[in-house]
Structure formats: C-alpha cells, structure tokens
Design a protein around this ligand. Structure first.
Ligand SMILES: [Zn+2]
Length: 426
C-alpha cells in the first residue's frame, strides 16, 4: 500500500514539474536579433521554453518542437527586455499633482492602486525590470506591489525595491519650513541621525523587504535652499557596512560633489543624479567601479513643469548641469547605467532617458547596453538578465525598426515577453 501511494505521488510530481511537452515553447522570428552584444543578427530567431531562452540563432539550426507557437515579426528587432534602474512607481508627474500633495493628501492605498497602473504601462513599453528607489512617503507599499506582480495578480516589470529610503533628520520633504510648526508632517522617507539610528534603519528596511538600500547623501538643507551633504562619513560608512553585511547593495542620491565623494568613499554601489560632480570625484567613482545613473530626463521634466521649458528649446541651467556631468562621467570611464527617475515624468515614457543619452553623445547601441547588460551587472544579475542567450530568463521586447541605428524606434513596441509570458502581441 505504502509503496503504491509513493508511486502515485511520484508520477503526479513528475507531471507537475515536467515541461508540458511542446506546449510552453515559443519561437520568435524577427527581422533581426540584438543579443546585447555586438551588431544585430539578421534572420536570427529566439526559441523560448518555459521561463527561459532555449536557443538563439538561425532557426534552421534549432531543434524546434512540432507544437511550438511561431510568431513572426518581419519588421522588428528583438532585444533584451529593457531596464530602468531609477524609478518611483508610487509617484506620478508633478504637473498632475505636486510632490508635497502626493505625499500629504493621497492615501497610501490610492497610491498603491495608481502604482499598479504605472507598472502595467511600464511593461507595455518594453521595460521588464525596474529598480524602484524609494516609496516617497508610501511606506512599504512597494513590497506589496512587488509581490502582486511576482504572484501574477497584476502585470508589471520585475521589481527590485528600496522601501522607504533613508534620509538625515530634517533633510527631506515635505519641508518643515513650508508648513505650520504645530502639525506633525509625514516624511517622504525614514529619518535617521547618528550611527546607531542609521544602522537600525537599514536593518528595519531589510526586514520589511528592501532589496536595495537607498540613502540620500545630500539634500537641499541650506538656508537658501541650496544642496549640501547631510550624513557624516561615519554615518554613511556604517550604513553601507550594515547593508553589505546583509547582502544588499546601496544606492545614494547625491547631487553635490561632497555628497558624491562621501558616498563613494563609504563604498556605495551606485550614485544617482550626480549633477554637481567634479572631475576628481568621477575619477574616484571610475576607480572604485561605482555605477552612475544620470537621470537626464528628470531636470527636463521639472524644467517643463516649473520653468516654462518647452521640449527642444534652449536647455535650462539644471539641464545643462546634468548634461555636463553625464559627458564628464562618460569621458572618464565611469560605469553608466540607465536610470531615469520616472515617476517625475509619466510611467511608460522610460525611453526618454535613452534618447537623452544618445542626444548627449552615446551611440544607440551604447545606450541600449546601459539599459540591458550594464544594468544587469549593477543588479548582480548578469548571468540571468540583460542578454538574449541560452539559459537566460526570457525577458525581451520587439520594436519595429532597428534601435541600434535609431533609438527613437524604442517607442514602436510590437511584443513584450517577461519570464516567457507574452504581455503584448503584435
Ligand atoms: Zn528618484
């Protein structure tokens, strides 16, 4: 009896875990395939089995199961799913609702529902992975959003999340000086002062589900609203040590040269914005292999909202600062990833950042590498994401035209696949 039960159980398990023969196979045959390396390959196909890529190359050299679904994309380039490693799915553009009003007036529940819509728009645009750098006052809502996507409750990209982010006491928004002193304002991040509090914040956020720790190394704390480094070197060192000891990487918001320098010396893994970085600091970042996310679209968007900037017009001072920093970092060999600060501008418009990188000097292929291969390395996922290669997760996007020649064709999305599931079809 016992043995018979075991045998039944065993065959049931085999049925559960064997790939349903052929049914899960898909063959995508675009005009060309860009794998993440070198030039696109005309006439190649990609075979997908389950969640993974089974083969990449000419279809006539593949062993294609008879029942495979065949999808031809005759005008398209198939490339790895795009990644944006600086997003805020819990924010929406400030010309719709100011940042203060989003944090102070919109409930966390409402913001989480909006975020579901934002995640869907992101995936439809071909962005299959985001690193979401802070819930901006929505507490741990990003943990729930990540779980809902992972469980298939809602469509969205793979999320790597930072939860609340860590700021020096009194340094973040909503700015106390803008409100009556006798009301308790919520803060857009978790405040900490001193080594003990910083260490505790890292541990708490890790326990709640943070994949990354986001720290603000500087902020607009000056009497005149100018940006200054906030955390001391000792606080930043302790923060990074605690995060790394738990297997988490650290992303630092830093726009001032001093904030960037301290963050780099502390050993952070990436620096966001960096608009005020000096040659010496970018050199230090290059030496220490600290990745740089230039967020070029954010100053363009805020210039549109608050300075009457019109797209294509003369760049405002904040846009000029961003362009200078990007070009300097690139010249000095800093690792540059793709991170846009989307949420400041509309979700699904993530390609704007790649267009900016090309406008400011990168080749289209270089910008595409930033959004695929380079970003996968920053995430420590270079062996499963960011390339079209056998055994990698089947995250990919097909766009009409050749984005290695013209980056703007990233807007012409024809097909999106994440983990072998098609979320958009021609
Ligand atoms: Zn941001």
């Amino acid at each position: 009896m016992k043995h018979a039960h075991v045998a039944v159980l065993f065959s049931a398990l085999i049925a559960l875990f064997s790939p349903a023969a052929d049914a899960a196979d898909t063959l995508l045959s675009p005009a060309r395939v860009w794998t993440g390396e070198g030039q696109p390959h005309d006439g190649w196909s990609v075979l997908i089995r389950g969640e993974q890529i089974a083969a990449v190359g000419p279809a006539d050299k593949m062993n294609i199961p008879a029942g495979a679904e065949r999808i031809s994309l005759p005008d398209a380039t198939l490339l790895p799913g795009l990644m944006d490693l600086h997003s805020h799915v819990l924010l929406h553009p400030y010309n719709e609702t100011s940042w203060d009003d989003q944090v102070l007036k919109e409930s966390v529940e409402y913001r989480a529902l909006l975020a579901g819509r934002h995640a869907a728009a992101t995936l439809q645009a071909g962005f299959t992975t985001l690193r979401d750098l802070g819930s901006e006052g929505a507490l741990y809502a990003d943990v729930a959003i990540k779980k809902a996507i992972h469980d298939g409750v809602i469509p969205g990209p793979r999320l790597f999340i930072a939860t609340r982010a860590i700021v020096a006491t009194g340094s973040y928004g909503p700015s106390s000086r803008s409100y009556r002193a006798d009301i308790d304002l919520p803060v857009g991040a978790e405040e900490a002062s001193g080594v003990d509090e910083v260490v505790k914040a890292v541990r708490n956020q890790g326990a709640r589900g943070a994949d990354w720790i986001k720290v603000y190394a500087d902020y607009r704390t000056g009497a005149d609203g100018s940006a200054h480094a906030t955390f001391t070197q000792a606080e930043l060192n302790a923060l990074v040590q605690t995060a790394h000891a738990s297997g988490r990487k650290v992303s630092a918001h830093a726009s001032t040269d001093e904030g960037m320098r301290r963050a780099t010396l502390a050993g952070v893994d990436s620096i966001e914005h960096g608009y005020g970085g000096s040659e010496a600091t970018f050199r230090l970042m290059a030496e220490r292999k600290v990745a740089y996310f230039p967020t070029l679209t954010a100053p363009e968007a805020t210039s549109e909202y608050f300075q009457k900037y019109q797209r294509g017009g003369a760049p405002t001072p904040s846009m000029q600062a961003a362009a200078r920093a990007f070009q300097l970092a690139r010249k000095l060999g800093v690792i540059i990833g793709n991170g846009s600060d989307v949420g400041v501008f509309a979700h699904g418009d993530n390609a704007r950042e790649l267009e900016w990188m090309v406008r400011l000097g990168m080749t289209p292929a270089e910008a595409l590498r930033a959004a695929t291969v380079v970003n996968a390395e920053v995430l420590d996922k270079a062996s499963s994401l960011g390339r079209l290669r056998e055994g990698y997760l089947a995250d990919m996007v097909a766009v009409r035209g050749d984005p290695t020649q013209d980056i703007s064709v990233l807007r012409n999305v024809q097909l999106v696949m994440k983990g072998g599931t098609i979320f958009r079809r021609p």
